[in-house]
Ligand binder design. Structure first.
Ligand code: HEC
Length: 181
């Protein structure tokens, strides 16, 4: 009997965790390709003033697989072509694009899009995925798809169109980032 009560408690504990705040364990890694890949969890996203990021325009660029120079050079060049696997780009604290392994998502150029909840001062991945991830302006792909020749990144090319008028582009990302305070 004691044993049954103990296992019930464990089972209930697991249910309570699953239904509460989303831990990194909630997300399954769907990549099954043979090459390099980058599957990020909550704590991999930090304050945008962190030294891992290089500044390109108003965006922050990081390559988590050691290809920092290649990623930053490509972003700065504004050239057609692909980013190295492992590249993480953010313009706002609450959104990120991550270049996953080859074959992860042909529809989005292998980019995984994230909506991040940073209000608590830590990061919780609220949503992650590919064609279905959206913000108030529509799906990430609906705008970034216009820049497919530039590997779905906008920077100074005009493929993505414009940001909605109510976004204040004078604010640097970290000024808006509760994780930096
Ligand atoms: C309404 C169109 C639109 C939507 C929807 C949109 N973006 Fe963007 N995004 C842009 C534009 C335009 C820029 C360039 C803004 C600038 O640098 O001034 C941009 C910039 C970015 C950047 C910086 C790197 C780059 O491409 O310039 C990231 C990262 C990014 N967006 C991620 C996302 C994610 C993730 C989503 C979905 C949750 C999303 N975006 C949805 C239009 C959009």
């Amino acid at each position: 009997m004691k044993q049954i009560v103990a296992s019930l408690a464990v089972a209930l504990g697991v249910v309570a965790c699953g239904g509460g705040s989303a831990g990194s364990g909630e997300w399954a890694n769907t990549f099954d390709g043979p090459g390099d890949d980058l599957f990020l969890v909550d704590d991999d996203f930090v304050c945008l003033a962190d030294s891992r990021y290089d500044v390109v325009g108003r965006s922050r660029v990081w390559n988590a697989l050691g290809r920092q120079d290649q990623a930053v050079e490509h972003a700065r060049s504004g050239a057609i072509g692909e980013y190295p696997v492992g590249t993480v780009i953010q313009l706002f604290p609450s959104e990120a694009s991550v270049k996953r392994g080859s074959g992860f998502s042909p529809e989005t150029g292998d980019w995984e899009f994230f909506v991040l909840d940073v209000d608590s001062g830590a990061t919780r991945i609220a949503e992650r995925g590919t064609t279905g991830i959206a913000n108030i302006g529509g799906t990430c792909l609906s705008c970034h798809g216009g820049a497919s020749a530039f590997d779905y990144a906008c920077f100074s090319n005009t493929g993505c169109g414009a940001l909605p008028f109510f976004i204040d582009t004078d604010v640097q990302p970290e000024e808006d980032d509760p994780r930096c305070r």
